[in-house]
Design a protein around this ligand. Structure first.
Ligand code: RIB
Ligand code: CA
Length: 347
């Protein structure tokens, strides 16, 4: 849901915020020899679909489960979409557990304007032989964290309601979370309001719980995901990569481009969620910087804003410690190649 910028802001250049210097990442990264165990918490969702496809295609990641949350569409659509996606990607063995239908408090917010009523545009995938997991999202996440021999990474790429519930219900498991690679927020402007990015705006109270939790976080906000865009040519690369998964991805991307085209003449779409997942599999794709991130939970015009403070003298003055690494740069061409290569490896 990116919007055109003005002047040199149009191409991912830093808008009017303090650009903290890059730091060495602390997020874990998987290797094909030692895949990183990963839970994806998602509201599929056009870009979620590409993130999930990327995750199951990358030998560096071991997807333990997909949990769903209401966001882009109603949670029942998101759950069905997750089941059908994993079936299309040859991974109907991965459990899909349903989570929260709406936010902890406040109004339900949807992004059907960009993703369509079902969350998948006009795409209808064959049903999966698998059905939704008997445990709910939070119970499944908790059990996987408890049973895993090593800490598990989680990629929340929708509203953070399930993660907030996990943190509140299972504080004893927080040290079993290897890292949270979150798609959400923005150092600069939002996309749903001038202040707030969708995933945060959809449940600011949940996001506030997550950012205060002390769990290690990488926040892939709009500042970096707006650099990770696909256009028509990229969609054609996906369609031509020789797999059904590639054709599905191309169809979903085309729908998103059509929507942004209608909204403001856009010709490309940001694959926001795949940036969070790629960061856990590719060590040097995304540059990050250290910020203190707080979430505005007021009911005013700044509701859902991620207030990112990275200027050291102000952090000292106000006693703020960094609680997140925030994505600031990505190589768009390399990102596109990684996606196309991944979808060429799927069925
Ligand atoms: O603002 C982008 C985020 O909102 C992405 O996760 C997209 O899927 C939508 O949920
Ligand atoms: Ca999403």
């Amino acid at each position: 849901m990116e919007r055109p910028g003005f002047g040199d802001f149009a191409h991912g250049a830093h808008p009017t915020y303090y650009a903290a210097p890059p730091v060495t990442r602390t997020a874990p990264v998987g290797t094909s020899g030692r895949p990183l165990p990963l839970i994806i918490d998602s509201d599929p969702g056009l870009d979620d679909a590409l993130a999930i496809g990327l995750a199951v295609a990358m030998p560096e990641l071991d997807v333990l489960a997909v949990t769903t949350v209401g966001g882009n569409a109603d949670v029942r659509h998101c759950t069905e979409n997750a089941l059908r996606l994993l079936h299309a990607f040859g991974r109907s063995d991965i459990p899909v557990a349903e989570g929260a239908a709406g936010p902890l408090t406040g109004a339900v917010v949807r992004a059907t304007g960009i993703h369509g009523e079902t969350g998948f545009g006009r795409t209808v995938l064959p049903p999966s032989p698998a059905s939704v997991h008997a445990e709910g999202a939070v119970a499944l996440m908790a059990r996987l964290l408890r049973e895993s021999p090593v800490p598990v990474a989680i990629a929340p790429i929708g509203p953070l309601t399930n993660l907030a519930s996990l943190i509140r219900l299972h504080p004893e498991l927080l040290d079993r979370i290897a890292h949270l690679a979150i798609m959400g927020g923005s150092i600069g402007e939002g996309n749903t309001t001038a202040s707030a990015e969708f995933n945060i705006y959809a449940d600011p109270e949940a996001a506030d719980i997550v950012f205060r939790s002390g769990v290690p976080i990488t926040m892939m906000g709009l500042d970096v995901t707006h650099q990770a865009t696909l256009d028509g040519a990229a969609s054609r690369r996906l369609a031509a990569c020789g797999t059904g998964a590639g054709r599905i991805a191309a169809e979903l991307v085309d729908f998103a481009i059509e929507r942004v085209g209608k909204w403001y003449g856009g010709t490309s779409t940001a694959i926001h969620d795949a940036v969070a997942v790629a960061h856990l599999a590719v060590p040097d794709l995304v540059s990050v910087a250290a910020y203190n991130v707080r979430v505005d939970t007021t009911d005013g015009p700044a509701r859902g804003r991620t207030v990112c403070e990275g200027l050291s003298y102000r952090m000292d003055r106000y006693g703020l410690a960094a609680n997140a690494e925030v994505g600031i740069r990505i190589d768009p061409a390399r990102f596109q190649d990684i996606l196309v290569d991944a979808f060429a490896r799927l069925p």
